[in-house]
Design a protein around this ligand. Structure first.
Ligand code: COA
Length: 260
């Protein structure tokens, strides 16, 4: 599979997807969204891939938003499809059975910020900038931003960011819980890769079950969420990797997980 707007690098235990329109600050056009979706599905189906890192090509941008040239073509009817198609890609990321880590290396504005928020973990370079500047263009966030930002930082901070279109620094993003941690530009990818390698060393079925159970805390009410967790816990108790992980502890040796 060849790509024109992303790069997919499949390494031994994890894959790196780079958004690759550097001369347009990796703005998300329709082709890029399709290719990103395809790459996520390939990683999801791969036995070798245990975690995915999404980053932007170049030093300036993760993604500077939806492609404003394509955005300009939209009208009331097509705008709905435009939003839904982007939402579908980001929901596929959020629902991916492998952990998806955003390594935010520069501007993450509009759709770029929304993409980062659809990932399970967000690490930022100290040079990264975040924001939902859609009001400057006469629109609102349409790729899940009003929903995910509100969930992550609460309704008041979400309103302030979305209503003013303010661009904030990585440190400010950290202080409101929008990112997990901030790193120097040189340390960002090594840190994200370390995290991916650590996750890849764990029992894969437990990782997927953890992701689904964490998701349930958002989608279900508290008692259904507990029920979901108990059933998922029971499922993991039925795996070979559970027997191996507990036995390895008792025998004081490293576990050898097989994903079964
Ligand atoms: N869509 C399409 N093209 C974009 C883009 C976007 N969201 N963001 C940047 N670009 C393009 C620029 O048009 C420019 O292309 P050109 O060289 O062919 O003219 C190129 O990327 C570089 O951007 P430029 O604006 O020259 O860089 P800058 O350093 O002066 O400014 C930003 C950087 C991020 C502040 C600025 O590009 C910007 O405000 N982008 C739009 C952000 C936005 O509103 N995103 C939400 C969209 S919903």
């Amino acid at each position: 599979m060849s790509y024109t707007t992303i790069q997919l690098e499949e390494r031994a235990h994890y894959s790196i997807i780079s958004l690759h329109r550097p001369d347009k600050l990796n703005a998300l056009n329709a082709t890029l969204l399709q290719e990103l979706h395809k790459a996520i599905m390939i990683c999801q189906d791969s036995k070798e891939c245990k975690a995915i890192i999404i980053t932007g090509t170049g030093i300036k941008a993760f993604a500077a938003g939806a492609d404003i040239a394509q955005l300009h073509q939209q009208n009331k009817e097509s705008g709905y499809i435009f939003a839904r198609e982007g939402q579908d890609v980001f929901t596929a990321i959020e629902q991916c059975n492998k952990p998806v880590i955003a390594a935010v290396n520069g501007f993450a504005l509009g759709g770029g910020c929304e993409l980062a928020m659809a990932c399970h973990i967000r690490f930022a370079s100290s040079t990264a900038k975040f924001g939902q500047p859609e009001v400057n263009l006469g629109i609102i966030p349409g790729y899940g931003g009003t929903q995910r930002l509100t969930l992550l930082v609460g309704p008041a901070k979400s309103a302030e960011l979305i209503l003013t279109g303010a661009i904030i620094t990585a440190e400010q993003a950290l202080s409101i819980g929008l990112v997990n941690s901030v790193h120097s530009p040189e340390e960002l990818m090594p840190y994200a890769i370390d995290c991916a390698e650590i996750i890849a060393s764990k029992a894969p079925l437990a990782i997927t079950a953890s992701l689904k159970s964490i998701r349930a805390s958002i989608e279900l009410n508290a008692s259904d969420g507990m029920e979901f967790e108990a059933k998922s816990f029971a499922e993991t108790c039925g795996t070979s990797d559970f027997k191996e992980g507990t036995l390895a502890f008792l025998e004081k040796r490293a576990a050898n997980f097989t994903g079964n």
